[in-house]
Design a binder for this molecule. Structure first.
Ligand code: ZN
Length: 312
């Protein structure tokens, strides 16, 4: 608490392709939350203006607080050292090369740190979600693509080029073409797109996405069921791969496809039981406990919050 009686809080932001989520965090407690649309087609400054507006709304909803810093989880490749977006998908106009930390810092008047969204997801789940209290965790997100991140010894493990944990693009999972240009990657079986395409190949019927395949699977459709079984088996094999290589035996799975955990969870568990790591260790695979706030909560943990108290 500052000398003026205001409580310092930090903001965690998740700037995704369609929506932006904001949480205000006081220690371990969320004191306000906001959600709005991301103007992804309008360029970096528009996305920052929308995000800053959500932070201001959240602050108005939490009287007696003062913003000390903010952390952002952003899709794409980001440079945490500079807070710049290095590469992003086509759905984000003017995002690659954008100085996100500087722009949001100017808008909010506080220091800002930027982290990749999958890394932020991993930090959120490790801090207060399904992996709470665990030092070593593999986090996997099954969305449009498949992302991965490693928490080792309680810290995010980036590796020398910052690409550690990218399990979605490990080969050995069949022979289908991957969005990255490779073949047979985990993503070709376990992403939302992959589940939908698998159903379409089997039936000749077009579906908008994995959610519709999940509904069909629950209604007893065998082809829909098999698309999820294949995704589950692939995720289980990936979990065992990491457990064998690193002895990391706790896995948290998030992303849109993981919301069909009733269809995925049993298949993942069966896959892990069928081909356990050579150590014989139990591999525990759990769904995200924080749902759509996981990235924002993880981003809040990287917010630089010391600058104002140093000035004060
Ligand atoms: Zn790939």
């Amino acid at each position: 608490m500052g000398g003026d009686g205001l409580r310092d809080v930090v903001a965690g932001l998740d700037i995704g392709g369609t929506g932006t989520s904001v949480v205000l965090v006081d220690g371990e407690r969320v004191v306000a939350r906001q959600h709005g649309a991301t103007p992804a087609g309008e360029g970096g400054p528009a996305m920052v203006a929308a995000a800053a507006g959500l932070v201001r709304s959240a602050l108005r909803a939490a009287p007696g607080t003062r913003l000390a810093g903010a952390g952002v989880g952003a899709a794409g490749v980001v440079d945490p050292a500079t807070g710049t977006v290095v590469a992003a998908s086509d759905s984000f106009a003017g995002w690659a090369g954008f100085g996100l930390a500087d722009a949001l810092g100017d808008a909010l008047g506080v220091p800002v740190a930027v982290e990749n969204d999958v890394n932020a997801f991993a930090l959120g789940e490790a801090r207060s979600g399904a992996a709470r209290g665990l030092a070593d965790v593999l986090a996997v997100t099954l969305g449009t693509g498949v992302g991965g991140a490693l928490v080792l010894g309680g810290n995010l493990y980036r590796g020398p080029s910052g690409a550690a944990g990218e399990i979605g693009h490990v080969a050995g999972f069949g022979d289908l073409p991957c969005t990255c240009g490779g073949r047979g990657h985990l993503e070709t079986l376990a992403s939302g797109r992959a589940v939908a395409r698998a159903f379409e190949r089997a039936t000749g019927l077009a579906v908008p996405g994995a959610r519709q395949v999940a509904e069909l699977a629950r209604a007893g459709d065998g082809d829909a069921r098999r698309a999820f079984d294949d995704a589950a088996h692939a995720v289980g094999r990936a979990a065992v791969l990491v457990a064998t290589l690193l002895d990391v035996t706790d896995v948290v799975v998030g992303g849109g496809v993981a919301s069909a955990w009733d269809l995925l969870g049993p298949g993942i568990a069966a896959s892990v039981r069928r081909e356990p790591p050579v150590s014989g260790a139990d591999v525990r695979v759990a769904p995200s406990a924080l749902g759509r706030e996981a990235v924002a909560l993880g981003a809040a943990t990287v917010a630089p919050a010391g600058a104002l108290s140093l000035l004060g």
